[in-house]
Design a protein around this ligand. Structure first.
Ligand code: SAH
Length: 206
């Protein structure tokens, strides 16, 4: 099977198993995950599992990217900040929904940030903005954001991220150390209203 056929088959499986919106499924069908992962893992790019991407980091399993994309309730034109660019795959999925020029992503490891920038550029996502830095600080220059999500775990949503989220905006990320819970919070009148969306396992925030 070609990579494209494998990808479409994977998205069919996800669609049958999870309750995912049509925009999310379309985004998952569009982004070539095999182009983002290291050459040596390409043949596994369309298995539903995490893969190593270098620097001791991993790319989340496709179902997790799809679930997070859905939970963010994205609409075209909304601005989104991602903490933890990794290889850039998840940022590309987000870009499919909101438009690449609305996606800002911060990565702690310089080599990963550089590689993600190159891959995103090569695949036509050059309008996604990638910054090398500490995502705990967010990216103040482009704040506020409609949506912010973390792809690495923290005990609590960092204050800077809460401050950079617009009123009514949505924050999403794995919280906890040891046991992590995927947590979605809506910013409303200065307070965060939280919901839990199951146990997850992500690498910890640096
Ligand atoms: N979304 C990524 C997967 C990310 S894995 C993808 O699609 O590939 C989590 C990433 O968070 C790793 O690349 C790790 O280096 C990064 N990270 C960890 N701590 C961070 C921090 N404080 N700021 C920004 N990125 C961080």
């Amino acid at each position: 099977m070609s990579f494209e056929e494998q990808r479409h088959a994977l998205v069919e499986q996800l669609a049958a198993r999870e309750n995912l919106g049509e925009e999310t499924l379309a985004a998952m069908r569009a982004v070539p995950r095999h182009e983002f992962v290291p050459e040596s893992t390409r043949d596994d790019a369309y298995s539903d599992r995490p893969l190593p991407i270098g620097e001791g980091q991993t790319i989340s399993a496709p179902h997790m990217v799809a679930i997070m994309t859905d939970l963010l309730q994205l609409s075209p034109g909304e601005s989104v900040l991602e903490v933890g660019t990794g290889c850039g795959y998840h940022a590309a999925v987000t870009a499919e929904v909101v438009g690449p020029e609305n996606v800002y992503t911060v990565e702690y490891h310089e080599r990963l940030a550089q590689r993600a920038r190159e891959t995103l550029g090569r695949l036509g996502y050059d309008d996604v903005s990638v910054r090398h830095g500490d995502g705990r600080e967010g990216w103040p220059e482009y704040a506020t954001y409609d949506r912010i999500y973390m792809t690495c775990a923290a005990r609590e949503f960092p204050d800077a991220l809460v401050e950079q989220l617009r009123d009514g905006g949505v924050l999403l990320g794995p919280l906890g150390n040891g046991t992590q819970v995927l947590t979605r919070a809506r910013h409303s009148g200065g307070a965060l209203q939280r919901e839990s969306h199951g146990r997850v396992r992500f690498v910890p925030l640096k």
